[in-house]
Design a protein around this ligand. Structure first.
Ligand SMILES: Cc1cc2nc3c(=O)[nH]c(=O)nc-3n(C[C@H](O)[C@H](O)[C@H](O)COP(=O)(O)OP(=O)(O)OC[C@H]3O[C@@H](n4cnc5c(N)ncnc54)[C@H](O)[C@@H]3O)c2cc1C
Length: 499
């Protein structure tokens, strides 16, 4: 395999903290701890952000939905975190104009939605633009005009990069400050009495094995946190309720600029239609799950449901074969371990919970959102500091990687302009990108923006993808990687055809 993944984690000095799980939560905590001077090892058994953090709606939002259950504290906190994210140096998120579309008949009364948006604005300390009504707007061109009256416009925030790239950028920033991150690395932690934790690491891709030690362990494994805690014997007071969410990636209408919000009339839920590059995301679903394994892939019913909702609201009919891509993830929703079985997952707060096991010198993180990931990280770092103070003063960034060179690909926007992605060599050499799938799905948006996971509707991009595969797998491995991708694309196409 080209490139090296041999950055040694072996050291006579233990790490201060080892974090298991490099989704947005682990990435935010990694950055926070390293910036406070801790020596930190971040490990993911798959690629960075290979779990829920590659499947979100990529919105930094103040939690409008939680107003209906009067979760006012969640709204105040999420609004504050949304605004912090917008103001962050490096601008990971920027303001986005939302257009809520009350139904002409059968939905919530428009005055009620307006009142809720005014309250939302107040709870957000009036930091965002105040809501107003607007009758004429470009997006009417893609709606069933007879269903909608005036729209209500308000302000939220959306990530400037994909969710997976945001996690990556925080990881790379922490590495520039001295942190060490490993992806595709299986880890077997065991308690090392008196010294914290011994970590046996095995690189999935190269087979390399290392041993590392850490004084403190963080379980930031998202929906897998319950299993991880159980396997490591960590004491916890919370557990996760699981909720599956699916989005359809549909071709973007040229008039589609604003983020659109639709009422669904079921359980007071709503759906968004979010412009994203050459596509727009319709969704998400919200389905309670018993087992993680049942929610890792979209099902025909998820797609049917979303197509039905889209066709109720959008002017031009949409069929399974029009879908460009699918996103599927599982929300980790934190509840007290003793809590009774919850009703609908939408009624649960999306706040995080931290369970510190002092004896084991470990912390498990439950729940949380991208929007509040920095708050979760700050709180977690404060808890860790009480048991594991940083050894030295805050470290300064001692090296900056070169800016990512962009790659002008043969992929084009509908208007003919080229889509630009980070160059594969740069991703391989500077972004821990180890496989073709890492590149297509998480380092770039190719698998989401180009039909058939980047191969093209009629496999017209097969040669391009093969050239990419060579970058990551060499001539010998390229065809295997391409065959795996084709099998994935075929499975998705079969599912869409059934829907
Ligand atoms: C459909 C949908 C839409 C959403 N939209 C939004 C939104 O618009 N805005 C928002 O703020 N939030 C949104 N969310 C919520 C948000 O995406 C999640 O809360 C967040 O991504 C969870 O991140 P995480 O790091 O906790 O978990 P994950 O991203 O799942 O990360 C866990 C990581 O742990 C790794 N791992 C698991 N087990 C181990 C182990 N034993 N050892 C090492 N590594 C391990 C996994 O490979 C994975 O990379 C949405 C969620 C869904 C499902």
């Amino acid at each position: 395999m080209p490139g090296t993944r041999c950055e040694s984690t072996e050291s006579t000095d233990p790490f201060d903290v080892a974090i298991l799980g490099a989704g947005i939560t682990g990435a935010a905590l990694f950055r926070e701890l390293v910036s406070r001077g801790h020596r930190v090892l971040l490990i993911d058994r798959a690629d960075f952000a290979a779990g829920t953090s590659q499947a979100s709606g990529m919105l930094a939002w103040g939690g409008l939905l939680y107003l209906r259950n009067l979760h006012l504290r969640s709204v105040i906190e999420l609004s504050r975190e949304r605004d912090r994210l917008i103001e962050e140096v490096g601008e990971p998120a920027s303001t986005a104009r939302f257009r809520y579309l009350p139904l002409r008949h059968g939905g919530r009364p428009r005055w009620m939605v307006r009142l809720a948006l005014e309250l939302y604005w107040l709870l957000g300390s009036c930091r965002r633009a105040r809501c107003y009504g607007e009758r004429d707007f470009a997006e009417r061109a893609l709606l069933k005009a007879e269903c909608f009256g005036d729209s209500l416009v308000y302000e939220e925030a959306a990530l400037d990069v994909s969710d997976a790239r945001l996690a990556l950028e925080w990881i790379l920033a922490a590495e520039r400050m001295g942190g060490i991150a490993r992806n595709h690395c299986e880890v077997q932690p065991s308690r090392d009495p008196g010294n914290g934790w011994a970590l046996d690491l095995r690189d999935h891709l190269t087979g390399e094995e290392h041993t590392a030690r850490a004084s403190f362990l963080v379980n930031a494994t998202g929906v897998w946190a319950d299993r991880t805690a159980q396997a490591l014997g960590l004491a916890t007071h919370h557990r996760h309720v699981l909720s599956k969410g699916v989005y359809l990636g549909l071709p973007r209408h040229p008039a589609h600029r604003d983020f659109l919000g639709f009422e669904m009339g079921q359980h007071g839920d709503s759906q968004t239609f979010t412009p994203w590059g050459p596509i727009a995301l319709w969704g998400p679903t919200e389905t309670g799950l018993e087992r993680i394994e049942d929610g890792l892939e979209p099902a025909v019913d998820d797609v049917r449901f979303l197509l039905d909702q889209a066709n109720r609201n959008l002017r031009d009919p949409i069929h399974g074969e029009d879908v460009v891509s699918l996103r599927c993830g599982i929300r980790p929703l934190a509840v007290k371990r003793s809590a009774h079985a919850p009703g609908h997952s939408l009624d649960l707060s999306r706040r995080h919970a931290l369970d510190l096991d002092r004896e084991a010198r470990a912390l498990t993180i439950f729940g949380g959102k991208i929007t509040s990931s920095q708050a979760t990280a700050r709180e977690a770092a404060n808890r860790i500091r009480s048991l594991q103070p940083p050894p030295c003063a805050t470290r300064q960034s001692h090296a900056r990687t070169a800016p990512a060179p962009m790659w002008s690909s043969p992929y084009r926007n509908p208007d003919g302009t080229p889509l630009r992605f980070v160059a594969p060599e740069h991703a391989r050499n500077h972004e821990h990108c180890a496989t073709l799938w890492d590149y297509l799905r998480r380092r770039t948006e190719i698998a989401q923006w180009v039909p058939n996971l980047g191969l093209g509707r009629h496999q017209e991009h097969r040669d391009t993808v093969r050239a990419l595969a060579i970058t990551f797998h060499g001539e010998d491995g390229a065809d295997v990687a391409l065959a795996e991708l084709t099998a994935r694309a075929t499975a998705q196409a079969t599912l869409l055809a059934k829907a």
